[in-house]
Design a protein around this ligand. Structure first.
Ligand SMILES: C[S@@+](CC[C@H](N)C(=O)[O-])C[C@H]1O[C@@H](n2cnc3c(N)ncnc32)[C@H](O)[C@@H]1O
Length: 274
Protein backbone atom coordinates (compact mmCIF):
# COMPACT_ATOMS: atom_id res chain seq x y z
CA UNK A 1 0.00 0.00 0.00
CA UNK A 2 1.09 3.55 -0.50
CA UNK A 3 0.88 4.37 3.19
CA UNK A 4 2.55 2.62 6.11
CA UNK A 5 3.25 -0.50 4.13
CA UNK A 6 3.26 -3.16 6.75
CA UNK A 7 0.86 -5.94 7.49
CA UNK A 8 1.22 -5.85 11.24
CA UNK A 9 -0.69 -2.62 11.75
CA UNK A 10 -4.02 -3.80 10.53
CA UNK A 11 -4.33 -7.58 10.78
CA UNK A 12 -7.00 -9.37 12.71
CA UNK A 13 -9.67 -12.05 12.47
CA UNK A 14 -7.50 -14.99 11.38
CA UNK A 15 -9.08 -17.98 9.67
CA UNK A 16 -7.63 -20.86 7.63
CA UNK A 17 -8.35 -20.05 3.99
CA UNK A 18 -8.45 -23.76 3.11
CA UNK A 19 -11.74 -23.82 4.98
CA UNK A 20 -14.79 -22.08 3.57
CA UNK A 21 -15.57 -19.03 5.72
CA UNK A 22 -19.01 -19.13 7.28
CA UNK A 23 -21.49 -16.88 5.46
CA UNK A 24 -21.77 -14.65 8.54
CA UNK A 25 -17.98 -14.25 8.89
CA UNK A 26 -16.93 -11.02 10.57
CA UNK A 27 -13.44 -9.85 11.54
CA UNK A 28 -12.41 -11.53 14.75
CA UNK A 29 -12.47 -9.20 17.74
CA UNK A 30 -11.46 -10.43 21.16
CA UNK A 31 -13.92 -9.32 23.83
CA UNK A 32 -11.05 -8.00 25.96
CA UNK A 33 -8.12 -7.20 23.68
CA UNK A 34 -9.94 -5.84 20.62
CA UNK A 35 -8.32 -6.45 17.24
CA UNK A 36 -4.81 -6.79 18.70
CA UNK A 37 -5.30 -9.97 20.68
CA UNK A 38 -2.67 -12.60 21.45
CA UNK A 39 -2.21 -14.01 17.93
CA UNK A 40 -1.53 -10.52 16.52
CA UNK A 41 0.56 -9.37 19.48
CA UNK A 42 2.78 -12.45 19.13
CA UNK A 43 3.99 -11.35 15.69
CA UNK A 44 3.42 -7.57 15.86
CA UNK A 45 7.09 -6.68 16.33
CA UNK A 46 8.55 -7.47 12.93
CA UNK A 47 12.27 -6.63 12.69
CA UNK A 48 12.06 -6.90 8.88
CA UNK A 49 9.33 -4.26 8.65
CA UNK A 50 10.15 -0.70 7.70
CA UNK A 51 8.11 0.49 10.68
CA UNK A 52 10.64 -1.02 13.08
CA UNK A 53 13.78 0.42 11.46
CA UNK A 54 15.75 3.26 13.06
CA UNK A 55 15.24 5.41 9.94
CA UNK A 56 11.48 5.28 10.63
CA UNK A 57 11.49 5.43 14.43
CA UNK A 58 14.25 7.97 15.14
CA UNK A 59 12.69 10.96 13.33
CA UNK A 60 9.35 10.28 15.03
CA UNK A 61 10.97 10.13 18.45
CA UNK A 62 12.98 13.31 17.81
CA UNK A 63 9.83 15.13 16.66
CA UNK A 64 7.86 14.02 19.74
CA UNK A 65 10.71 14.68 22.21
CA UNK A 66 10.93 18.27 20.96
CA UNK A 67 7.22 18.78 21.57
CA UNK A 68 7.35 17.09 24.98
CA UNK A 69 10.08 19.47 26.20
CA UNK A 70 10.32 19.10 29.96
CA UNK A 71 6.81 17.64 30.24
CA UNK A 72 5.14 14.24 29.96
CA UNK A 73 3.97 12.39 26.84
CA UNK A 74 0.74 10.41 26.45
CA UNK A 75 0.62 7.72 23.77
CA UNK A 76 -2.83 6.56 22.65
CA UNK A 77 -2.59 2.94 21.49
CA UNK A 78 0.87 2.43 22.97
CA UNK A 79 1.00 -1.20 21.82
CA UNK A 80 4.33 -2.96 22.27
CA UNK A 81 6.19 0.31 22.83
CA UNK A 82 7.66 0.78 19.34
CA UNK A 83 7.71 4.58 19.91
CA UNK A 84 7.13 4.87 23.68
CA UNK A 85 10.29 2.98 24.66
CA UNK A 86 12.79 5.00 22.59
CA UNK A 87 10.99 8.21 23.60
CA UNK A 88 11.31 7.29 27.28
CA UNK A 89 14.97 6.45 26.66
CA UNK A 90 15.43 10.11 25.62
CA UNK A 91 14.30 11.13 29.10
CA UNK A 92 10.64 11.88 28.36
CA UNK A 93 8.22 10.36 30.90
CA UNK A 94 5.65 8.43 28.83
CA UNK A 95 2.24 7.09 29.80
CA UNK A 96 0.29 4.84 27.45
CA UNK A 97 -3.31 3.81 26.94
CA UNK A 98 -4.22 0.58 25.17
CA UNK A 99 -7.09 -1.88 25.02
CA UNK A 100 -4.91 -4.89 24.45
CA UNK A 101 -3.33 -6.60 27.42
CA UNK A 102 -1.57 -8.91 24.98
CA UNK A 103 0.20 -5.98 23.29
CA UNK A 104 1.06 -4.34 26.60
CA UNK A 105 2.56 -7.60 27.92
CA UNK A 106 5.13 -7.36 25.08
CA UNK A 107 5.92 -3.79 26.09
CA UNK A 108 6.37 -4.84 29.71
CA UNK A 109 8.75 -7.64 28.74
CA UNK A 110 11.19 -5.26 27.00
CA UNK A 111 14.08 -3.39 28.65
CA UNK A 112 12.66 -0.15 30.07
CA UNK A 113 9.10 -1.45 29.77
CA UNK A 114 8.44 -1.18 33.48
CA UNK A 115 9.10 2.59 33.32
CA UNK A 116 6.09 3.19 31.05
CA UNK A 117 2.82 3.63 32.93
CA UNK A 118 -0.07 2.03 31.06
CA UNK A 119 -3.82 2.35 31.49
CA UNK A 120 -5.84 -0.47 29.96
CA UNK A 121 -8.89 0.98 28.22
CA UNK A 122 -10.33 2.74 25.19
CA UNK A 123 -8.24 5.79 24.31
CA UNK A 124 -11.37 7.66 23.20
CA UNK A 125 -12.63 7.76 26.78
CA UNK A 126 -10.00 6.55 29.27
CA UNK A 127 -8.85 9.18 31.79
CA UNK A 128 -5.31 9.36 33.12
CA UNK A 129 -4.05 11.37 36.08
CA UNK A 130 -1.98 14.49 35.46
CA UNK A 131 -1.39 16.69 32.43
CA UNK A 132 0.77 16.19 29.37
CA UNK A 133 2.71 18.51 27.07
CA UNK A 134 2.24 16.17 24.12
CA UNK A 135 -0.21 13.40 23.24
CA UNK A 136 0.29 11.29 20.12
CA UNK A 137 -1.53 8.70 18.03
CA UNK A 138 0.63 7.17 15.30
CA UNK A 139 0.67 4.42 12.66
CA UNK A 140 -2.89 5.04 11.38
CA UNK A 141 -4.34 4.17 14.80
CA UNK A 142 -6.94 7.00 14.75
CA UNK A 143 -8.62 4.88 12.07
CA UNK A 144 -9.08 2.04 14.57
CA UNK A 145 -11.93 4.14 15.93
CA UNK A 146 -14.59 3.13 13.43
CA UNK A 147 -17.15 5.90 13.92
CA UNK A 148 -16.94 9.67 13.63
CA UNK A 149 -18.37 9.98 17.16
CA UNK A 150 -15.52 7.93 18.61
CA UNK A 151 -12.91 9.92 16.70
CA UNK A 152 -14.39 13.21 17.98
CA UNK A 153 -14.49 11.77 21.51
CA UNK A 154 -10.81 10.93 21.17
CA UNK A 155 -9.93 14.55 20.36
CA UNK A 156 -11.99 15.75 23.32
CA UNK A 157 -10.35 13.21 25.61
CA UNK A 158 -6.89 14.31 24.49
CA UNK A 159 -7.72 18.00 24.90
CA UNK A 160 -8.77 17.33 28.50
CA UNK A 161 -5.33 15.81 29.21
CA UNK A 162 -3.20 18.56 27.62
CA UNK A 163 -1.52 21.37 29.50
CA UNK A 164 -2.18 24.85 28.04
CA UNK A 165 0.11 25.14 25.00
CA UNK A 166 0.32 21.32 24.79
CA UNK A 167 0.03 19.52 21.47
CA UNK A 168 -1.73 16.53 19.92
CA UNK A 169 0.10 14.70 17.10
CA UNK A 170 -1.50 12.29 14.64
CA UNK A 171 0.32 10.25 11.98
CA UNK A 172 -2.13 8.79 9.47
CA UNK A 173 -2.50 7.91 5.79
CA UNK A 174 -4.39 10.00 3.29
CA UNK A 175 -7.36 7.85 2.13
CA UNK A 176 -6.47 6.32 -1.23
CA UNK A 177 -9.70 7.11 -3.04
CA UNK A 178 -7.79 8.56 -5.99
CA UNK A 179 -6.70 4.97 -6.73
CA UNK A 180 -10.31 3.82 -7.12
CA UNK A 181 -11.71 3.89 -10.65
CA UNK A 182 -15.49 4.29 -10.87
CA UNK A 183 -17.25 1.07 -9.88
CA UNK A 184 -14.34 -0.37 -7.88
CA UNK A 185 -13.83 -0.43 -4.12
CA UNK A 186 -10.52 -2.27 -3.69
CA UNK A 187 -6.92 -1.03 -3.52
CA UNK A 188 -4.20 -3.72 -3.41
CA UNK A 189 -1.19 -2.82 -1.30
CA UNK A 190 0.85 -6.02 -1.51
CA UNK A 191 0.82 -8.75 -4.14
CA UNK A 192 3.30 -11.58 -3.65
CA UNK A 193 3.43 -15.38 -3.54
CA UNK A 194 3.53 -15.42 0.29
CA UNK A 195 1.36 -12.43 1.06
CA UNK A 196 -1.59 -10.64 -0.50
CA UNK A 197 -3.05 -7.48 0.96
CA UNK A 198 -5.82 -5.15 -0.12
CA UNK A 199 -8.02 -2.43 1.32
CA UNK A 200 -11.74 -2.21 0.61
CA UNK A 201 -13.51 1.15 0.80
CA UNK A 202 -17.15 2.08 1.33
CA UNK A 203 -17.26 5.72 0.29
CA UNK A 204 -20.84 6.14 1.51
CA UNK A 205 -19.89 5.46 5.13
CA UNK A 206 -16.09 6.10 5.25
CA UNK A 207 -15.71 2.53 6.44
CA UNK A 208 -12.79 0.53 5.14
CA UNK A 209 -11.22 -2.83 5.87
CA UNK A 210 -7.73 -4.17 5.37
CA UNK A 211 -7.52 -7.78 4.24
CA UNK A 212 -4.40 -9.89 4.48
CA UNK A 213 -3.74 -13.38 3.17
CA UNK A 214 -0.47 -14.95 4.34
CA UNK A 215 0.92 -18.31 3.23
CA UNK A 216 3.36 -20.12 5.52
CA UNK A 217 4.42 -23.71 4.83
CA UNK A 218 1.63 -24.07 2.29
CA UNK A 219 -0.98 -23.02 4.83
CA UNK A 220 -2.96 -19.84 4.34
CA UNK A 221 -4.46 -17.50 6.88
CA UNK A 222 -6.84 -14.63 6.30
CA UNK A 223 -6.91 -11.53 8.50
CA UNK A 224 -9.24 -8.56 8.40
CA UNK A 225 -9.43 -5.40 10.47
CA UNK A 226 -12.04 -2.65 10.13
CA UNK A 227 -11.21 1.06 10.01
CA UNK A 228 -12.84 4.42 9.49
CA UNK A 229 -10.76 6.50 7.10
CA UNK A 230 -10.56 10.21 7.85
CA UNK A 231 -9.47 13.29 5.89
CA UNK A 232 -7.03 15.97 7.11
CA UNK A 233 -9.72 18.67 6.99
CA UNK A 234 -12.10 16.46 8.96
CA UNK A 235 -9.43 15.99 11.62
CA UNK A 236 -9.02 19.78 11.79
CA UNK A 237 -12.75 20.12 12.43
CA UNK A 238 -12.60 17.46 15.15
CA UNK A 239 -9.73 19.41 16.71
CA UNK A 240 -11.79 22.60 16.54
CA UNK A 241 -14.70 20.84 18.29
CA UNK A 242 -12.27 19.89 21.04
CA UNK A 243 -10.87 23.42 21.40
CA UNK A 244 -7.58 22.70 19.60
CA UNK A 245 -6.12 24.46 16.56
CA UNK A 246 -3.80 23.31 13.78
CA UNK A 247 -0.19 24.29 14.34
CA UNK A 248 1.68 22.23 11.70
CA UNK A 249 1.02 19.61 9.03
CA UNK A 250 3.84 17.71 7.30
CA UNK A 251 4.12 14.75 4.96
CA UNK A 252 6.10 12.87 7.59
CA UNK A 253 8.32 13.09 10.64
CA UNK A 254 11.19 14.80 8.77
CA UNK A 255 8.95 17.78 8.00
CA UNK A 256 8.74 17.42 4.23
CA UNK A 257 5.93 19.63 2.91
CA UNK A 258 2.43 18.14 2.86
CA UNK A 259 1.17 18.32 -0.74
CA UNK A 260 -1.71 17.00 -2.84
CA UNK A 261 0.50 13.97 -3.64
CA UNK A 262 1.35 13.10 -0.01
CA UNK A 263 0.35 9.57 0.96
CA UNK A 264 0.16 10.44 4.63
CA UNK A 265 0.59 13.26 7.10
CA UNK A 266 1.87 14.15 10.53
CA UNK A 267 -0.41 16.83 11.97
CA UNK A 268 0.04 18.83 15.16
CA UNK A 269 -2.81 20.64 16.93
CA UNK A 270 -2.26 22.77 20.01
CA UNK A 271 -4.32 23.67 23.02
CA UNK A 272 -4.36 27.47 23.30
CA UNK A 273 -2.21 28.72 26.16
CA UNK A 274 -4.76 31.35 27.24
C1 LIG B 1 -1.18 -0.35 14.96
S1 LIG B 1 -0.99 -0.60 16.67
C2 LIG B 1 0.12 0.74 17.06
C3 LIG B 1 0.94 0.48 18.28
C4 LIG B 1 2.02 1.52 18.52
N1 LIG B 1 1.45 2.83 18.69
C5 LIG B 1 3.00 1.53 17.37
O1 LIG B 1 3.17 2.57 16.76
O2 LIG B 1 3.62 0.49 17.10
C6 LIG B 1 -2.52 -0.03 17.34
C7 LIG B 1 -2.63 -0.17 18.85
O3 LIG B 1 -3.76 0.59 19.26
C8 LIG B 1 -4.54 -0.20 20.14
N2 LIG B 1 -5.92 0.25 20.01
C9 LIG B 1 -6.70 0.23 18.90
N3 LIG B 1 -7.89 0.81 19.16
C10 LIG B 1 -7.86 1.19 20.46
C11 LIG B 1 -8.78 1.86 21.31
N4 LIG B 1 -9.99 2.27 20.88
N5 LIG B 1 -8.41 2.12 22.59
C12 LIG B 1 -7.19 1.73 23.05
N6 LIG B 1 -6.28 1.09 22.28
C13 LIG B 1 -6.61 0.83 21.01
C14 LIG B 1 -4.32 -1.63 19.72
O4 LIG B 1 -4.59 -2.54 20.77
C15 LIG B 1 -2.85 -1.60 19.31
O5 LIG B 1 -2.01 -1.88 20.40
Amino acid sequence: MGHNSDSTDRTQGRIDVRERPPPTYRPFVDHEDGYFAEHIAATYDDPASDMFQPHTIDPAVTFLAELAGDGRALELGVGTGRIALPLAARGVPVHGIDLSRAMVERLRAKPGGDAIGVSIGDFATTKVDGVFTVAYLVFNTIMNLTTQEEQVACFRNVAAHLAPGGTFVIEVMVPELRKLPPGQNTVPFHVGSRRLGFDTYDVATQRMSSHHVSVVDGRGTYDEIPFRYVWPAELDLMAQLAGLRLRERWEGWTRDPFTSDSAGHVSVWEKPAD
